[in-house]
Design a protein around this ligand. Structure first.
Ligand SMILES: *Cc1c(COP(=O)(O)O)cnc(C)c1O
Length: 223
């Protein structure tokens, strides 16, 4: 069995029913994506628009592409026709532009709102209070071309598992509150995107429905 096949099998054995795997293929060539595809993997995550635009035509059409990186508003138009889920909506302005591009392509684009939960300056996203304020503001209700499907977050990049667990647990509590207050009748709002190579076992204990795993599948990225 190839290393990729083995890694995929090992990860799946640790995922509960209802948690899906996003194979993060950024910086890895199409050939490696194809190998994971042959093992049955269908959801791939990329974090740079140009790289995604270059690789997608080389690969099977039934791949579900997820965008997971910081997305500049002026690049939304390139991925709007086909992207299956944008995990990393980190501002009202970006959501608005996704809605605009969704209209141009007659789609309702599935999105997650990115929560800034880590104790790190460099991470993008809504602070918990900003997110709740934004939801209360209600501007999103008139956006017919985005579908808000849940939340995404990254934990701090630390070894302290207690801290990581605390952060995911906090994200899950915020998800539950947003679900209850704004989406209780909306079955599309159901995704919690958290957990990466080093912390996904903790994430699945705190409600993760989508884990985004790269290096554990494809190995070290050359950057
Ligand atoms: C790169 C990346 C991942 C995957 O990271 P690994 O540690 O390689 O699993 C997950 N989420 C986001 C947002 C990323 O940019």
């Amino acid at each position: 069995m190839s290393q990729i096949a083995q890694a995929l099998q090992e990860i799946h054995s640790q995922l509960p029913d209802g948690t899906r795997l996003v194979a993060v293929s950024k910086y890895h060539p199409a050939a490696m994506i194809e190998e994971a595809y042959r093992c049955g993997q269908r959801i791939f995550g990329e974090s740079h628009v140009q790289e995604l635009q270059e690789k997608r035509p080389l690969l099977p059409d039934d791949i579900e592409w997820h965008f997971i990186g910081h997305l500049q508003t002026n690049k939304v138009k390139y991925i709007a026709p086909y992207i299956s889920l944008i995990h990393s909506v980190d501002s009202p302005h970006l959501l608005h532009e996704i809605d605009r591009q969704g209209a141009r392509f007659s789609r309702r684009i599935p999105c997650l709102l990115q929560l800034h939960i880590a104790q790190e300056e460099t991470k993008y996203g809504f602070l918990p209070d900003e997110l709740l304020d934004y939801m209360h503001g209600g501007e999103w209700r008139s956006m017919e071309h985005v579908q808000i499907c849940g939340l995404m977050c990254m934990a701090s990049n630390v070894d302290d598992e207690t801290q990581i667990a605390r952060e995911f647990s906090r994200a899950h509590a915020i998800y539950n509150k947003v679900k209850e207050d704004f989406f209780s009748l909306d079955a599309s709002f159901r995704e919690c995107s958290w957990g990466m190579s080093d912390d996904f076992p903790i994430a699945v204990q705190h409600g993760s429905t989508l884990v985004r795993i790269g290096s554990r599948i494809f190995g070290h990225r050359g950057y």
